[in-house]
Design a protein around this ligand. Structure first.
Ligand SMILES: Cc1cc2nc3c(=O)[nH]c(=O)nc-3n(C[C@H](O)[C@H](O)[C@H](O)COP(=O)(O)OP(=O)(O)OC[C@H]3O[C@@H](n4cnc5c(N)ncnc54)[C@H](O)[C@@H]3O)c2cc1C
Length: 511
């Protein structure tokens, strides 16, 4: 066997297009592409069957795509370092290639063990960047310009023909049962794979995206009007650079072709581009501070939440049985589809954190499992932001009844996901406890509210304000802002003192 075998470890980059690790490996010797299905990873509390199901579809297409280059994907089940030892014994690895992964604490620790294994075994491990996240970033200044530069670079070419290292593998894609993953029915889940990813991108940029700006907030329109690229970005069937460049190309075409005409497209694609920046902006936070998956970003919130009623409240929230119709409809839609738009994700997290006063970790894990697009680097900073524990973001206590009337005014969404409320008149659908006939439905087909949402929000506001009024709160928040805050936005505490508002409603906005 050649002394220069290049092993390519596919992780959250399940494509051959704009795949820098594969491109560079192919230039350096015969290639052994492999994917490791790690049983221990798939037992972690933040992952689920629906995600594995999506991944298997991606792997099926990756196998096909690699075969067009003359490569055969090895599918190994086991512990990463054991798999590497086995491959090394058979193929005598020279270099290991992969993309950098901003993963969970579990994958971070695993990668440290892989790095140690490589050192011990004299194998070079090259980890390539695949998005705007910068490893070992000392400070945030200049980050946005570096993001732009990275996204403007030409995509890595797909190698035309590559020499396979070792004999072809005929292994089947492991099933969820092989990995001991508990079934998690998600009948309306998005389908994985490169073909679907490209189709989704094209349909968004040419048809579905026009109403993005106005339609993204309501769950009645968001399923169609949002790009729905998130699981493809999370598992890497598309690179963020491909999406960014396709978006820029479309913007230029629109600019050239629609001079003088009014179109929602331009605004839509500007907003969408902003979201593509956010993708990496949030991931950078976890990359720079992995502890934020488990610990409050602002330590003033340590021990603030939690109480004896937690289990019952958590269960009601997680099953979509809080008795707050819009919240429950969102949760049930999420369970059945694996996706929810941003505003509704934020509302679910805010209701758990403020109205139910739950510590964010368990609700955060529940949401992570429900999302086919679970991306730790976006998820955990968002969970902390929506729980108010980041210390640098505006506290947003969503009013779930107002959200219902604003985002689902005709009750279509609630009626779809909560058919047991069929007899409730439209005017009371989002607060059925106010209907004179409530006794026919509540505490029978549908639960009574687990909390008085207005009183609970008021109490939460007071408790949050008490934390924020602490003497060192602002100084710590300043440090967090310096480390993680966007240089364009964010709560700017620096250099000015804020007095407690006379009306506490001003502190926390009821969106
Ligand atoms: C509590 C909470 C948890 C979240 N967890 C995840 C997660 O695990 N994975 C995930 O991809 N997104 C997460 N988001 C962000 C956002 O809700 C989703 O990215 C978006 O709904 C995905 O749908 P889309 O691809 O159609 O988005 P679009 O609106 O079409 O946006 C395109 C892409 O931009 C990025 N993006 C959009 N909104 C955000 C945002 N607010 N922050 C960071 N990136 C963004 C995503 O990569 C998204 O795919 C979370 C938001 C909240 C409030």
């Amino acid at each position: 066997m050649s002394a220069h075998v290049q092993a390519v470890w596919f992780k959250r980059d399940l494509r051959i297009h704009d795949h820098r690790a594969l491109y560079l490996a192919a230039q350096n010797g015969p290639v052994a592409p492999f994917f490791i299905a790690e049983p221990e990873l798939w037992q972690q509390p933040d992952v689920s069957h629906r995600q594995w199901a999506f991944v298997t579809e991606c792997l099926g297409e990756l196998q096909q795509d690699l075969s067009t280059l003359g490569l055969s994907l090895r599918l190994e089940i086991g512990v990463a370092t054991d798999v590497l030892s086995m491959l090394h014994e058979r193929l005598s690895l020279h270099t290991l290639w992969s993309h950098e992964e901003t993963g969970s604490a579990w994958t971070y620790e695993r990668d440290k063990r892989v790095a140690a294994w490589c050192r011990q075994n004299g194998v070079v491990w090259n980890e390539e960047r695949q998005n705007g996240v910068i490893r070992g970033l000392p400070k945030r200044d200049g980050w946005a310009a570096r993001w732009e530069r990275f996204m403007a670079e030409p995509p890595s070419p797909t190698p035309e023909s590559v020499q396979q290292a070792g004999s072809p593998s005929h292994a089947k894609i492991p099933t969820a049962a092989d990995l001991g993953i508990t079934p998690d029915p998600c009948p309306l889940r998005q389908t994985g794979g490169r073909r679907q990813a490209v189709q989704t991108l094209n349909s968004f940029l040419t048809k579905r995206g026009e109403t993005y700006r106005t339609a993204m907030s309501s769950p009645n329109s968001a399923f169609e009007a949002c790009s729905r690229l998130s699981p493809h970005l999370a598992w890497g069937t598309l690179s963020l650079r491909e999406v960014t460049q396709a978006t820029n190309k479309r913007r230029l075409a629109l600019k050239a072709g629609e001079r003088g005409t009014k179109s929602a497209w331009r605004g839509a694609l500007t907003s969408f581009s902003g979201r593509l920046h956010w993708h990496c902006h949030f991931m950078q936070k976890l990359e720079s501070q992995p502890s934020l998956e488990h610990a409050n970003l602002h330590p003033a919130y340590n021990g603030v939440r939690g109480g004896p009623g937690d289990h019952t409240l958590y269960d009601a929230w997680a099953k979509g049985e809080t008795g707050l119709p819009f919240v429950d409809a969102c949760m049930r839609a999420l369970i059945a589809t694996g996706w929810l738009n941003f505003r509704m994700r934020a509302m679910l997290m805010a209701v758990a954190s403020y109205h139910l006063w739950l510590d964010w970790r368990r609700p955060g894990e529940h949401l992570a499992r429900q999302f086919t697009d679970y991306e730790p680097g976006i998820h955990w900073p968002q969970v902390q932001m929506q729980s108010g524990t980041s210390g640098i973001n505006t506290v947003r206590i969503y009013n779930p009844v107002k959200q219902g009337f604003d985002q689902d005014p005709d009750g279509r969404f609630v009626r779809e996901w909560l058919p047991q409320l069929a007899s409730v008149p439209d005017a009371f659908l989002h607060e059925p406890w106010r209907w004179e006939g409530a006794g026919q439905v509540l505490d029978k087909a549908y639960p009574l509210p687990v909390v008085d949402h207005l009183a609970a929000a008021k109490q939460a506001r007071q408790k949050i304000w008490a934390v924020r009024a602490g003497s060192t709160y602002r100084d710590v928040a300043n440090d967090i802002q310096k480390r993680h805050g966007s240089r364009r936005s964010g709560v700017k505490f620096i250099g000015r003192k804020r007095k407690p508002p006379k009306n506490q409603n001003q502190l926390t906005l009821d969106f």
